[in-house]
Design a protein around this ligand. Structure first.
Ligand code: MN3
Length: 238
Protein backbone atom coordinates (compact mmCIF):
# COMPACT_ATOMS: atom_id res chain seq x y z
CA UNK A 1 0.00 0.00 0.00
CA UNK A 2 1.25 3.43 -0.93
CA UNK A 3 1.98 6.07 1.63
CA UNK A 4 -0.51 8.87 1.29
CA UNK A 5 0.58 12.24 0.03
CA UNK A 6 0.99 15.29 2.22
CA UNK A 7 -1.83 16.96 0.33
CA UNK A 8 -4.13 14.07 1.14
CA UNK A 9 -3.03 14.24 4.77
CA UNK A 10 -3.93 17.91 4.98
CA UNK A 11 -7.26 17.24 3.32
CA UNK A 12 -8.00 14.34 5.67
CA UNK A 13 -6.93 16.39 8.67
CA UNK A 14 -9.42 19.07 7.74
CA UNK A 15 -12.12 16.45 7.36
CA UNK A 16 -11.12 15.01 10.72
CA UNK A 17 -11.39 18.42 12.36
CA UNK A 18 -14.79 18.97 10.80
CA UNK A 19 -16.08 15.61 11.94
CA UNK A 20 -14.61 16.03 15.42
CA UNK A 21 -16.40 19.34 15.78
CA UNK A 22 -19.68 17.51 15.23
CA UNK A 23 -18.86 15.39 18.22
CA UNK A 24 -18.35 12.16 16.31
CA UNK A 25 -15.82 9.63 17.42
CA UNK A 26 -12.55 9.82 15.56
CA UNK A 27 -10.49 6.88 16.55
CA UNK A 28 -7.37 7.39 14.57
CA UNK A 29 -4.64 9.78 15.32
CA UNK A 30 -2.12 10.39 12.60
CA UNK A 31 1.54 10.94 13.14
CA UNK A 32 4.18 11.66 10.56
CA UNK A 33 6.74 8.89 10.72
CA UNK A 34 9.16 9.75 7.94
CA UNK A 35 9.00 11.92 4.84
CA UNK A 36 5.42 11.84 3.67
CA UNK A 37 4.57 8.44 5.05
CA UNK A 38 1.75 8.40 7.56
CA UNK A 39 1.45 5.85 10.31
CA UNK A 40 -2.13 5.58 11.43
CA UNK A 41 -2.74 4.54 14.98
CA UNK A 42 -5.90 3.69 16.86
CA UNK A 43 -6.28 5.08 20.35
CA UNK A 44 -8.48 4.11 23.26
CA UNK A 45 -11.08 6.67 24.28
CA UNK A 46 -11.17 7.59 27.95
CA UNK A 47 -14.14 5.96 29.62
CA UNK A 48 -16.77 8.70 29.92
CA UNK A 49 -17.81 7.32 33.33
CA UNK A 50 -16.22 5.40 36.19
CA UNK A 51 -15.89 1.61 36.04
CA UNK A 52 -18.66 1.26 38.61
CA UNK A 53 -21.02 3.81 37.03
CA UNK A 54 -23.09 1.25 35.13
CA UNK A 55 -23.73 -0.96 38.16
CA UNK A 56 -25.76 -3.03 38.72
CA UNK A 57 -26.32 -3.69 35.01
CA UNK A 58 -22.64 -3.92 34.12
CA UNK A 59 -20.46 -4.84 37.05
CA UNK A 60 -17.26 -3.04 37.95
CA UNK A 61 -14.90 -5.95 37.47
CA UNK A 62 -16.25 -6.75 34.02
CA UNK A 63 -15.92 -3.10 33.02
CA UNK A 64 -12.35 -2.88 34.33
CA UNK A 65 -11.15 -6.07 32.66
CA UNK A 66 -13.06 -5.37 29.46
CA UNK A 67 -11.62 -1.87 29.11
CA UNK A 68 -8.11 -2.23 30.48
CA UNK A 69 -7.32 -5.75 29.24
CA UNK A 70 -9.48 -6.78 26.27
CA UNK A 71 -9.88 -3.40 24.62
CA UNK A 72 -6.36 -2.24 25.40
CA UNK A 73 -5.03 -5.42 23.74
CA UNK A 74 -7.02 -4.78 20.54
CA UNK A 75 -5.57 -1.27 20.37
CA UNK A 76 -2.01 -2.46 20.95
CA UNK A 77 -2.34 -5.31 18.45
CA UNK A 78 -3.91 -3.33 15.62
CA UNK A 79 -1.25 -0.66 15.96
CA UNK A 80 1.43 -3.34 15.79
CA UNK A 81 -0.18 -4.76 12.65
CA UNK A 82 -0.46 -1.32 11.03
CA UNK A 83 3.25 -0.75 11.57
CA UNK A 84 4.44 -4.25 10.72
CA UNK A 85 2.32 -4.51 7.59
CA UNK A 86 2.79 -0.92 6.44
CA UNK A 87 -0.94 -0.34 6.35
CA UNK A 88 -1.36 3.17 5.03
CA UNK A 89 -5.05 3.92 4.87
CA UNK A 90 -5.69 7.49 5.89
CA UNK A 91 -8.99 7.10 7.67
CA UNK A 92 -10.88 4.50 9.65
CA UNK A 93 -13.44 4.57 6.84
CA UNK A 94 -10.82 3.53 4.28
CA UNK A 95 -9.33 0.99 6.69
CA UNK A 96 -12.65 -0.80 7.13
CA UNK A 97 -13.72 -0.34 3.51
CA UNK A 98 -10.64 -2.38 2.59
CA UNK A 99 -11.06 -5.10 5.20
CA UNK A 100 -10.87 -7.84 2.59
CA UNK A 101 -7.23 -6.85 1.99
CA UNK A 102 -6.26 -6.83 5.67
CA UNK A 103 -4.54 -9.59 7.61
CA UNK A 104 -6.58 -11.42 10.24
CA UNK A 105 -4.60 -9.56 12.91
CA UNK A 106 -5.39 -6.14 11.44
CA UNK A 107 -9.03 -6.99 10.77
CA UNK A 108 -9.83 -8.55 14.14
CA UNK A 109 -7.93 -6.06 16.26
CA UNK A 110 -8.93 -3.05 14.16
CA UNK A 111 -12.56 -4.03 14.60
CA UNK A 112 -12.02 -4.66 18.30
CA UNK A 113 -10.34 -1.27 18.73
CA UNK A 114 -13.07 0.69 16.96
CA UNK A 115 -16.08 -1.30 18.18
CA UNK A 116 -15.22 -0.93 21.86
CA UNK A 117 -14.62 2.82 21.63
CA UNK A 118 -18.05 3.04 20.02
CA UNK A 119 -19.55 0.73 22.65
CA UNK A 120 -18.24 2.71 25.66
CA UNK A 121 -19.73 5.89 24.24
CA UNK A 122 -23.02 4.09 23.56
CA UNK A 123 -23.63 3.74 27.30
CA UNK A 124 -24.21 6.02 30.26
CA UNK A 125 -25.54 5.82 33.78
CA UNK A 126 -29.17 6.83 34.14
CA UNK A 127 -30.38 6.10 30.64
CA UNK A 128 -33.53 7.87 29.48
CA UNK A 129 -35.53 6.86 26.40
CA UNK A 130 -35.17 8.08 22.83
CA UNK A 131 -37.28 11.06 21.82
CA UNK A 132 -37.78 13.52 19.00
CA UNK A 133 -36.48 12.68 15.53
CA UNK A 134 -34.70 9.53 16.66
CA UNK A 135 -37.87 8.10 18.18
CA UNK A 136 -39.79 9.08 15.03
CA UNK A 137 -37.23 7.23 12.90
CA UNK A 138 -37.37 4.15 15.15
CA UNK A 139 -41.16 4.13 15.04
CA UNK A 140 -41.17 4.56 11.26
CA UNK A 141 -38.68 1.71 10.73
CA UNK A 142 -39.74 -0.79 13.37
CA UNK A 143 -43.29 0.17 14.38
CA UNK A 144 -42.49 0.96 18.01
CA UNK A 145 -39.63 1.32 20.45
CA UNK A 146 -40.56 -2.02 22.03
CA UNK A 147 -40.46 -3.75 18.66
CA UNK A 148 -37.10 -2.15 17.91
CA UNK A 149 -35.70 -3.38 21.24
CA UNK A 150 -37.07 -6.85 20.59
CA UNK A 151 -35.48 -7.09 17.14
CA UNK A 152 -32.15 -5.65 18.34
CA UNK A 153 -32.11 -8.01 21.35
CA UNK A 154 -32.87 -10.95 19.05
CA UNK A 155 -29.94 -9.97 16.84
CA UNK A 156 -27.70 -10.18 19.89
CA UNK A 157 -29.25 -13.40 21.15
CA UNK A 158 -29.08 -15.17 17.81
CA UNK A 159 -25.48 -14.27 17.07
CA UNK A 160 -23.83 -17.67 17.50
CA UNK A 161 -20.59 -17.46 19.47
CA UNK A 162 -18.91 -14.08 19.78
CA UNK A 163 -19.96 -10.90 18.03
CA UNK A 164 -21.98 -7.72 18.05
CA UNK A 165 -25.53 -6.48 17.50
CA UNK A 166 -25.91 -3.24 15.53
CA UNK A 167 -28.33 -0.51 14.64
CA UNK A 168 -27.11 1.19 11.47
CA UNK A 169 -28.25 3.81 9.04
CA UNK A 170 -27.90 2.54 5.50
CA UNK A 171 -28.71 5.28 3.02
CA UNK A 172 -31.02 6.91 5.53
CA UNK A 173 -32.79 3.65 6.37
CA UNK A 174 -32.45 2.16 9.86
CA UNK A 175 -31.44 -1.50 9.96
CA UNK A 176 -30.66 -4.07 12.65
CA UNK A 177 -28.15 -6.85 12.26
CA UNK A 178 -25.20 -8.60 13.82
CA UNK A 179 -21.58 -9.36 13.00
CA UNK A 180 -19.30 -12.21 14.05
CA UNK A 181 -16.08 -11.76 16.01
CA UNK A 182 -14.94 -8.11 15.87
CA UNK A 183 -16.38 -7.33 12.46
CA UNK A 184 -18.48 -4.19 12.06
CA UNK A 185 -20.92 -2.76 9.49
CA UNK A 186 -18.28 -0.43 8.02
CA UNK A 187 -16.30 -3.45 6.79
CA UNK A 188 -16.68 -4.33 3.14
CA UNK A 189 -16.88 -7.98 4.17
CA UNK A 190 -19.85 -7.42 6.50
CA UNK A 191 -23.28 -8.84 5.75
CA UNK A 192 -24.93 -5.82 7.38
CA UNK A 193 -23.57 -2.52 6.08
CA UNK A 194 -24.13 1.07 7.09
CA UNK A 195 -23.13 3.78 9.53
CA UNK A 196 -23.29 2.45 13.09
CA UNK A 197 -25.68 4.21 15.46
CA UNK A 198 -25.73 1.71 18.34
CA UNK A 199 -23.72 -1.40 19.20
CA UNK A 200 -23.92 -4.17 21.75
CA UNK A 201 -21.00 -6.43 22.56
CA UNK A 202 -22.28 -10.01 23.01
CA UNK A 203 -18.89 -11.65 23.54
CA UNK A 204 -18.95 -13.71 26.73
CA UNK A 205 -16.17 -11.48 28.14
CA UNK A 206 -18.76 -8.65 28.15
CA UNK A 207 -21.09 -10.40 30.60
CA UNK A 208 -19.87 -13.78 31.86
CA UNK A 209 -18.56 -12.69 35.29
CA UNK A 210 -21.97 -11.35 36.28
CA UNK A 211 -24.42 -13.21 34.08
CA UNK A 212 -22.57 -16.46 33.27
CA UNK A 213 -24.46 -18.14 30.42
CA UNK A 214 -27.51 -15.85 30.68
CA UNK A 215 -26.94 -13.64 27.67
CA UNK A 216 -30.61 -12.75 27.54
CA UNK A 217 -30.47 -11.27 31.05
CA UNK A 218 -27.39 -9.21 30.13
CA UNK A 219 -29.12 -7.85 27.05
CA UNK A 220 -32.35 -7.09 28.91
CA UNK A 221 -30.44 -5.19 31.59
CA UNK A 222 -28.22 -3.41 29.07
CA UNK A 223 -31.17 -1.31 27.86
CA UNK A 224 -30.94 0.47 31.23
CA UNK A 225 -27.58 2.00 30.28
CA UNK A 226 -28.03 2.92 26.62
CA UNK A 227 -26.92 6.49 25.90
CA UNK A 228 -29.80 7.62 23.69
CA UNK A 229 -28.45 11.15 23.51
CA UNK A 230 -25.33 9.77 21.85
CA UNK A 231 -27.37 7.64 19.44
CA UNK A 232 -29.46 10.71 18.53
CA UNK A 233 -26.30 12.75 17.97
CA UNK A 234 -24.88 10.08 15.67
CA UNK A 235 -28.12 9.90 13.69
CA UNK A 236 -28.32 13.70 13.42
CA UNK A 237 -24.77 13.99 12.08
CA UNK A 238 -25.51 11.84 9.02
MN1 MN3 B 1 -15.67 -6.86 24.12
Amino acid sequence: MKPISRRKFVSDSLKTAAVASLGSTMLFKSTEASSNAMVLQFSQVALPYTSSALEPYIDTMTMEIHYSKHHAAYIKNVNEAITAENIAFATEKDFFANTAKLSAKARNNGGGAWNHNFFWLSMKAGSATPSGKLLDAINASFGSLEEFKKQFSDAGMKRFGSGWAWLVSDGGKLKIGSTPNQDNPMMNVSEIKGTPLLALDVWEHAYYLKYQNKRVEYITNWWNVVNWDEVAKRAASL
